[in-house]
Design a protein around this ligand. Structure first.
Ligand SMILES: Cc1ncc(COP(=O)(O)O)c(C=O)c1O
Length: 388
């Protein structure tokens, strides 16, 4: 059921409105009431209300590369409308979501597998391709979920350092492609650096490597990239290459807490991976994700705000004369010159949480992009924090 509340009335009466300051210490923010969304001109208003709630809920969270604006009002509405499905498994909605993701990625539906967050794709890939003891090859540092899971399985992980510019060193990775490797993992843009491998270079590498072993390309931050030369690797799946692409609803779609992700691969690879899933995604989250993927207006809003916030931080770090990676994602990797933990503590005292250390970069800090207002506030305290 769609709420009869107007959006403005809703803002006045819920925790996203001005009354949000009444939240008790330690209490979870109240769940916002349904919002009827019909006026796209209100996006800025809505985003401001979300931001007010964000501040009431505690420090500005700049540590996990989440979307500071959360899910779109349309996704919020879809999830609320789905409430009466809470006692049923979500299989029908997940089928609809799979079709929606296929359309969004430009691939046939049988090339898509919806999972409980994209971390599940990474674990499933380690199981599918490493189960019989094959090695994993990846860059270092990169998103650790897959390599760490593989190591817990007892697999050998070959880690190839990034270049000085924090980009994947594909020549070195090629040299490390020994016959025992059963899966190559490439994160593009890379986490924690945000760097991109130029399209043609990555494409050549993936195509030639995939002739020998499957390649998983993690595109969690795909939607934040504004560089016109960037292209997804999904077309290689359509061409029948031995490639798996990962995407998630956690980033620009704002659903990190709802746990939806997906894999894109040839149907035979999807069928192999399907056997290793660990459960069925959440029904209400699936309904929100269907609305989120369709809401290109919200995605564009979040992409634009992210680019604005990223530029505020990039320019400030440059003015401070600090090194930083060239980020195409919703975070920047900054040279602190002092231990990451010291920076974390200094910024926590100013009400900002930032990323942990990523060995071997023990004096760098990964800062997620919050709202432009948060980034303006952050850069005011950053010089002192980096001197701490
Ligand atoms: C590169 C990358 N891949 C995958 C994930 C997993 O995201 P999720 O499980 O929320 O979809 C993350 C999370 O931050 C990430 O940075």
């Amino acid at each position: 059921m769609t709420s009869p509340l107007s959006r403005r009335a809703w803002l006045r009466t819920t925790s996203l409105g001005v009354g949000a300051g009444l939240l008790l210490p330690g209490a979870l923010p109240a769940a916002p009431a349904p919002v009827s969304w019909s006026d796209p001109g209100d996006i800025e208003d809505y985003a401001r209300a979300v931001q007010r709630q964000r501040h009431v809920a505690g420090p500005a969270r700049l540590q996990s590369n989440e979307n500071p604006y959360g899910m779109s009002p349309r996704a919020r509405q879809a999830m609320t409308d789905a409430w009466d499905e809470h006692n049923k498994y979500g299989t029908p909605s997940i089928r609809v979501l799979r079709d929606a993701y296929a359309k969004y990625a430009g691939v046939p539906a049988e090339c898509v597998m919806v999972t409980q967050g994209s971390r599940e794709v990474l674990c499933i890939a380690a199981l599918t391709f490493g189960m019989r003891g094959a090695d994993i090859l990846t860059a270092d540092p990169t998103f650790e979920a897959l390599p760490q899971y593989a190591e817990h399985m007892g697999l050998t992980v070959h880690r190839v350092p990034l270049t000085e510019d924090h980009v994947h060193d594909l020549n070195a990775m090629d040299q490390r492609l020994v016959s025992s490797v059963g899966l190559v993992f490439v994160c593009n843009p890379n986490n924690p650096t945000g760097t991109l491998v130029p399209d043609a270079t990555l494409r050549d590498y993936v195509v030639s490597t995939a002739k020998r072993t499957p390649v998983l390309v993690d595109e969690a931050y795909h939607d934040y990239v504004t560089d016109p030369s960037y292209r997804s690797m999904t077309d290689l799946v359509v061409k029948g290459e031995n490639v798996i692409v990962l995407r998630t609803a956690s980033k620009i779609h704002g659903l990190a807490g709802c746990r939806i992700g997906f894999a894109i691969a040839r149907p035979d690879i999807i069928a192999r991976m399907q056997g290793f899933t660990t459960g069925v995604p959440n029904a209400l989250a699936a309904r929100a994700a269907i609305a989120a993927v369709a809401d290109t207006e919200w995605q564009e809003f979040c992409r634009t705000k992210n680019a604005e916030g990223r530029e505020i931080l990039r320019a400030a770090v440059q003015t401070m004369g600090r090194k930083q990676s060239v980020s195409h994602a919703n975070f920047i990797f900054v040279h602190a010159g002092i231990p990451t933990a010291t920076v974390q503590a200094a910024l926590a005292a100013k009400n900002f949480t930032v990323g942990r250390a990523f060995p071997p970069y023990l004096d760098w800090v990964r800062i997620s992009i919050g709202t432009p207002e948060e980034m303006h506030a952050l850069v005011r305290v950053l010089p002192d924090a980096l001197r701490a």
